[in-house]
Design a protein around this ligand. Structure first.
Ligand code: 3PG
Length: 324
């Protein structure tokens, strides 16, 4: 997923570049850890609504601790700021829960291959909302669509809920980005960490009640089964806790990175992140990958690079900066 931000990279001093490299490294590493423990937990406790809510809960507690210990300045909370966040947080919730539902149904790598098609959604939705794109942008999304389709039809773990979850997640995150840009224009002084903190808190309020309605009645029984499957309750707690802490950490790092780079660099960085996550999770979970599936995934990822190339040229012209 890729939130919005503006500061473009002009020429940066060396320490700044190093700092940014560190944030990127953290972002990737934390995302890998999240993906591994989230899937480990889902394998024995297949309740994505609970886990997704818990992850937002950990983030909310994390922020409350940072703010109360004054490790991070607490932004002034005004009614207009909270109201401006209601839309972006709702779409963030939709993006997060549908990705988690997808993770619970298919191989993590498959969810990320489909999620690499986020630029397609960005172009389509922005067009609906009145933006126009040159033909080469539309052409660049063709390989993404073809690659994802090839990966989907050859995916060993294929399942429609897994596919739909990942696609809806793209819709959610793209709409979040579009609406963040529109509604948060007047709150540019809020830094990435605080912005993401508030999004987590509001998302938790959206998600948890729905989670109770959808899955709540099965949690206790599911919990006992999970402990039985893992053998040791502390191991299960550690998996769930790590998924929550690292979910917050990687998002926090990504929002911090975004304070320093353009949305375009961000989206390229996010695609690279998916490559690293796909490879790591295939290795960790030993998912079988058919050659055509690997080819489809590679074509899709290559398509996102083409897309970033043609939009980078477009973005150089004044006024235009429309990214996923
Ligand atoms: C989520 O649960 O929100 C997904 O991990 C989102 O994935 P992304 O940040 O890689 O888009």
């Amino acid at each position: 997923s890729s939130p919005e931000g503006d500061a473009s990279a002009v020429s940066k001093p060396k320490s700044k570049t190093l700092q940014l490299a560190l944030v990127f490294g953290l972002w990737y590493f934390q995302n890998i850890v999240f993906n591994i423990y989230n899937k480990k937990a889902l394998n024995v406790f297949p309740f994505p609504w609970f886990l997704a809510s818990f992850q937002l809960f950990v983030g909310s507690i994390w922020m409350l601790i940072l703010w109360s210990l004054k490790l991070q300045p607490c932004p002034k909370i005004s009614k207009p700021f909270i109201i401006a966040l209601l839309g972006p947080a709702l779409f963030h919730t939709i993006g997060h829960i549908s990705a988690c539902v997808s993770f619970s149904k298919v191989a993590v790598s498959f969810t990320h291959v489909i999620k690499s098609s986020e630029p397609v959604f960005s172009v389509v939705f922005s067009s609906f909302l009145g933006d126009t794109y040159p033909l080469k942008v539309w052409l660049s999304i063709l390989p993404i669509v073809l690659g994802c389709s090839l990966a989907a039809v050859t995916e060993v773990s294929f399942n429609f809920q897994g596919l739909w979850g990942a696609l809806i997640s793209n819709v959610g995150f793209v709409l979040r980005n579009i609406y963040s840009k529109r509604s948060l224009q007047n709150f540019k002084e809020v830094d990435g960490l605080n912005l993401y903190g508030w999004i987590s808190i509001i998302s938790l309020f959206y998600l948890f009640p729905v989670a109770v309605v959808i899955e709540g009645s099965q949690w206790i029984q599911g919990y006992h089964k999970a402990i039985e499957a893992v053998g040791k309750s502390s191991t299960f707690y550690i998996w769930v806790l790590l998924s929550g802490v690292f979910y917050h950490l990687y998002n926090q790092s990504s929002y911090q990175a975004l304070d320093e780079i353009s949305p375009l660099t961000f989206s390229v960085g996010n695609t690279m992140k998916r490559v690293v996550v796909i490879i790591s999770t295939v290795l960790v979970f030993r998912n079988p990958v058919r050659p055509l599936n690997a080819l489809g995934s590679a074509i899709a990822i290559f398509g996102t690079f083409l897309y970033s190339q043609v939009t980078a040229k477009k973005a150089k012209k004044p006024e235009v900066e429309k990214q996923n």
